[in-house]
Design a protein around this ligand. Sequence first.
Ligand SMILES: NC(=O)C1=CN([C@@H]2O[C@H](COP(=O)(O)OP(=O)(O)OC[C@H]3O[C@@H](n4cnc5c(N)ncnc54)[C@H](O)[C@@H]3O)[C@@H](O)[C@H]2O)C=CC1
Ligand SMILES: O=C(O)[C@@H]1CCC=N1
Length: 269
Amino acid sequence: MTSSYALVLVGCGKMGGAMLDGWLAEGVSPQSVLVIDPFAKDLPAGVTVIPSADQMPAGASAQVVVLAVKPQMMADVLPLYRPLVSPDTVFLSIAAGKTIAFFRQGLGEQAIIVRAMPNTPAAIGRGMTVLCAGPGISESQKDHCATLLKATGTVAWLDDESLMDAVTAVSGSGPAYVFHMVEAMAQAGIAMGLPADLSMLLARQTVAGAGELLHQSDLPAGQLRQNVTSPGGTTAAALDILMSADGGLPDVMGKAIAAATRRGKELAG
Ligand SMILES: NC(=O)C1=CN([C@@H]2O[C@H](COP(=O)(O)OP(=O)(O)OC[C@H]3O[C@@H](n4cnc5c(N)ncnc54)[C@H](O)[C@@H]3O)[C@@H](O)[C@H]2O)C=CC1
Ligand SMILES: O=C(O)[C@@H]1CCC=N1
């Protein structure tokens, strides 16, 4: 077993697994990746997996250690990875809420940390990741992290770490809101008499198609919305409800994103 890894992925669940899929699809060599996860299953061929850090080969080193376990277990897991701390190793956390200060406390002040917030469309190269760098990181290490995450979609850097909980609330959790909208649209179609299968197909294809149009078009979302909306027509009737000043979608979305941001701050501790 080689002991010098380009990537060590600690936790290969829904998000870690999505990122791994994205990396492998973009040509990262499976042999350069070590996954550490006691419950990992269905891993891509060629990727080495071990159940726990104590089974790492002696003297193992890594360019990037991606910390992708639940925030609630991060404090227990971190001390196991202190042997990997070196000036040449970046610890890239994707955990909601957990701060750079928290990782420097768990791994030691010398540890080089990047706090990242990806989302699950990373699995198909259409993710959105925001990165925030801790002290001591070199420009080439920042470039390396950005290149790694660009393999899974779009990347943005943020200087003000205090905004990472808002980032998490918008783009990290955001795919769930969109999937829930599909569920809600399908349910509403059923209420209007559509067969369940057809209603789900309509809702799913409409959101996927609208997402793709948004992706490929240069027009702002508001213009794309107006392009659907004939004066006095069906869309306008629906938007009167969704855009109502009193309890419309902006109001509900504002409350939802504020709740997610608050939860991120709670998870910091
Ligand atoms: N699911 C999502 O859409 C996103 C999740 N995140 C963050 O990603 C992290 C993981 O979340 P999910 O993938 O959703 O959770 P998950 O539960 O699907 O994955 C966690 C993985 O950690 C593994 N694990 C448990 N104990 C371990 C240990 N001691 N050592 C190594 N691995 C261990 C589990 O077997 C599991 O495969 C969280 O910190 C979350 O905040 C960030 C952005 C989006
Ligand atoms: O729900 C969560 O806490 C994680 C972080 C962003 C998406 N999933």
